[in-house]
Write a protein that binds this ligand. Sequence first.
Ligand SMILES: [Zn+2]
Ligand SMILES: [Zn+2]
Length: 301
Amino acid sequence: MKTKKKIVICLLILTAVACAAVIWILGEKAGTRQMEQSHTDPGTLEVHFLDAGQGDSILVKSEGENLLIDAGTNEDEDMVVSYLKEQGIEKLDYVIATHPHIDHIGGMDAVLETFPVGICFLPEEIYDTESFRDVLTVLEEKHIRTRHPNCMENYKIGSGRFVFVTPDSDRQYEDVNDASLGIRLTNGAHSFLLCGDISREVEKEILASGVLVRSDVMKLNHHGSEDANSWRFLKEVSPSYVVVTCGTRNEFGHPHEKVMERVRKLGAGVFRTDRQGTVVFTSDGKTLTSSREPDEGGKRK
Ligand SMILES: [Zn+2]
Ligand SMILES: [Zn+2]
């Protein structure tokens, strides 16, 4: 009887150990899957243009490093935070608040509260609105490192790099849009130009500065507004694709028809968040793919 009891106990222990092993292996596998979701393949960089209505929010991911440029309006904050979580984002190495307008920094306080942030870039200009004060409060409360970057400052993100092409640190901007922090992001053979809401005036200054702007993908400045996106600037950037971040039937008439005519003349493919929702570009350094076909046009010859 004693031996039988011992055997039963031994069997029970063995079964328990086996079960624990199976649970542990399954758990590890699930964990690995999650890690894979948040990490891009080596050498790969993704640029997500989120559908933030008449606002901007762009996520860049490469090899486990993440950058968020703007966070849409106040109403977008839950969407932006959920999107980042779905993407497996656990920290943001860099955050760029291009300029203090509500359609760019409205959801930023929620993002800064939710995720650990390495460094937050923002323009020097102070703008006295509740939304901007909210952002400054969270930055202070969470002791997040902030920096007013200078033109040509550059940073590594995974397999890519980004360089600030604006603002000119010697200049005070009257129009808040013109103080926008703009970057040119590169990965292998590919480049993206993301310049917030700058106007024609600043486009002119960028060209005069001689900083390299030529890019495969360009976010149209100021949601495709006619006060920006001059023919000279578009020609110099010479994008294969443009992305318009704007709201459906927005009250500003963005993108402006004249701007779209210039884009057509250029022959660039057009992506629009108002018609297509979120658009994702993936670059492995050699091949550039997009999550959708262009809404208009194709790849520039
Ligand atoms: Zn804007
Ligand atoms: Zn603006």
